[in-house]
Ligand binder design. Structure first.
Ligand SMILES: *[C@@H]1O[C@H](CO)[C@@H](O)[C@H](O)[C@H]1NC(C)=O
Ligand SMILES: *[C@@H]1O[C@H](CO)[C@@H](O)[C@H](O)[C@H]1NC(C)=O
Ligand SMILES: [Ca+2]
Length: 245
């Protein structure tokens, strides 16, 4: 509208500088004025039209701005999701690696160590009393991992771990009956039975020991002790790795 008023004023000014103005007839002047007014109306219409356009363009710009904002927010969200996805991928990778490691460890992680033997591999054996108290179990049922030596009667731990041992002793009522499970020269557990009225004695014991590789576990008689065995397997010594540590 301001633009319209200015335009009108400048047009009026123009009237007075048009050469030959006033030398025309009244009719000409009236017609000239009518034309100019018509022209102005046209111009004002065009101006309104332009203003409407301008408003539309502003509305469009606002919508465009809103769309741009939305896009920017969405881009930020996508970036955030990408980051999270990357993090998840890394965790998945780490998990997969962990699983692979565990898989590889299963077959070779748990050494297979177990043995079982009885004292006599033929006939009848009365062992003790004697100064060499070692009990050497000659009839070997199993010896996976070769921890048990049937020449010395000593089990040597192949790996660090928890080991289960059990033994049983049998004897007649002529002597103290029983034996001691030794670890590197130290008594651990034992069986013991004094001579008594009944003809025979039998007893057993078991233990879980924590061993380091190289530890030696074996059986010994009591000072005045004696045990008996034949192929019935009365006097036995067994052990196995429960798990490595
Ligand atoms: C659109 O955004 C531009 C740049 O941020 C700003 O200059 C303009 O005023 C905004 N227009 C509207 C209609 O909000
Ligand atoms: C995941 O592991 C694969 C192959 O193991 C590798 O190509 C990829 O780059 C790793 N990705 C990440 C995020 O560590
Ligand atoms: Ca007894």
């Amino acid at each position: 509208m301001e633009f319209g008023a200015l335009f009108l004023l400048s047009l009026m000014g123009l009237l007075f500088v048009v050469p030959g103005f006033g030398q025309r007839g009244d009719l000409d002047v009236a017609k000239w004025m009518t034309d100019k007014v018509e022209l102005m109306k046209n111009l004002e219409d065009k101006l309104r039209h332009v203003e409407r356009r301008q408003n539309n363009i502003e509305a469009l710009e606002a919508r465009l701005n809103a769309t741009v904002d939305k896009l920017m927010r969405q881009n930020a969200e996508v970036d955030q999701l990408k980051k999270e996805n990357e993090g998840l991928k890394m965790r998945l990778n780490a998990t997969e690696e962990e699983i692979d490691k565990l898989k590889q460890n299963i077959p070779k992680g748990a050494p297979q160590i177990a043995f079982s033997a009885s004292l006599a591999n033929f006939g009848e054996i009365y062992r003790g009393p004697c100064t060499d108290k070692a009990l050497i179990f000659k009839r070997v049922f199993s010896n996976s991992g070769n921890g048990y030596d049937q020449n010395t009667g000593i089990f040597t731990a192949p790996v660090n771990g928890l080991y289960f041992f059990s033994f049983s002793t049998y004897g007649y009522n002529t002597h103290d009956m029983g034996a001691i499970l030794m670890k590197n020269g130290d008594r651990q557990i034992s069986t013991y039975d004094k001579p008594s009225a009944d003809g025979s004695d039998s007893s057993s014991n078991a233990v879980v020991l924590q061993l380091v590789a190289g530890d030696k576990v074996y059986m010994e008689l009591w000072d005045n002790g004696r045990v008996f065995d034949n192929l019935n397997g009365h006097t036995t010594f067994s052990g196995f790795l429960v798990f490595p540590v």
